[in-house]
Write a protein that binds this ligand. Structure first.
Ligand code: NAD
Length: 264
């Protein structure tokens, strides 16, 4: 199918480089005709994001640090001024102090708990509220989560708690906006080697475990996530909202290590 996103305009938040999940999503959307705008966090990342955006024929690239609500407001104001309306948003933003992405969850500090929650969870709600105002003909919203929200994953700690809250936010926002024709979903991706992923202690071991023990015996790529995002952001999923859609080679359905790995 071609042109699934023809005539649709959307904001991609969370590209840091060409390994970012948001970049995989942006490529899949652009290939189907979407017109994209991008945000970046800080000038250093801006230097990487602008040429990537240009590859997808986008020159609407604005700074946005979600810790600062004025920065969110001004990014949304630029979109409003340039486009007037919005059809979709992708929120692929997460952060926690890497010193707390190891050891005991119980040792999480109050400051990092709050910061992790604001950046990785509440920012989606704040952005959704503002984006919904621009989705005058309905729209779609997507965020990124991880299975550490529902099951304990080593070292994921406070990020798991923030992702659990983010997933609950998806359901509440879907209920808030459903009657306005705005759908809200999340993709729960398996581990992928990215900047954020590298902040989690023993990330390499997690990737190897997933590769050996998921039903498909492989890790997922940003292209895998991009294609599923295309489904959730396009009319293909028009009856779907409030869902947490796993793109993890089936790892979430397993209850024990694969027998072949136990035997070797
Ligand atoms: P990434 O490092 O490429 O992207 C993370 C993005 O968050 C970066 O662009 C960074 O600039 C942005 N960000 C962090 N703090 C911010 C702030 N204060 N304001 C604005 N932006 C901020 O890594 P990624 O793995 O592509 O992460 C994207 C999303 O996917 C995150 O929510 C992450 O938790 C989630 N996720 C990642 C994996 C994985 O294994 N990599 C798995 C499941 C879910």
């Amino acid at each position: 199918m071609n042109g699934l996103m023809n005539g649709k305009r959307g904001l991609i938040m969370g590209v840091a480089n060409n390994h970012s999940i948001a970049w995989g999503i942006a490529q899949a959307l652009a290939a189907q005709g979407a017109e994209l705008a991008f945000t970046y966090q800080g000038e250093a990342l801006g230097k990487r994001v602008k040429p990537l955006a240009a590859e997808l024929k986008s020159d609407l690239v604005v700074p946005c640090d979600v810790e600062d609500i004025a920065s969110v407001d001004s990014a949304i104001a630029v979109i409003k001024e340039k486009w007037g309306k919005l059809d979709f948003i992708v929120h692929a933003i997460g952060f926690s102090d890497k010193n707390e992405l190891k050891g005991l969850y119980a040792d999480t500090s109050r400051d990092n708990f709050s910061r992790t929650m604001v950046i990785s969870c509440f920012s989606f709600t704040e952005i959704a509220k503002r984006a919904a105002e621009l989705m005058t003909d309905g729209g779609t919203m997507l965020t990124l989560t991880y299975g550490g929200s529902v099951r304990v994953m080593p070292n994921y700690n406070v990020m798991g708690v923030a992702k659990a809250a983010l997933e609950a936010s998806v359901r509440y926002l879907a209920a808030d906006y459903g009657a306005r024709g705005i759908r809200v979903n999340a993709i729960s991706a398996g581990p992928i080697r990215t900047l954020a992923g590298a902040g989690i202690s023993d990330a390499r071991a997690m990737l190897s475990w997933q590769q050996k023990n998921s039903p498909m015996r492989r890790t997922v790529t940003i292209e895998d996530v991009g294609n599923s995002a295309l489904y959730l952001l396009s009319g293909l999923s028009r009856g779907v909202t409030g869902e947490i859609h796993y793109v993890d080679s089936g790892y979430n359905i397993t209850s024990m290590p694969a027998l072949d790995t136990l035997r070797t």
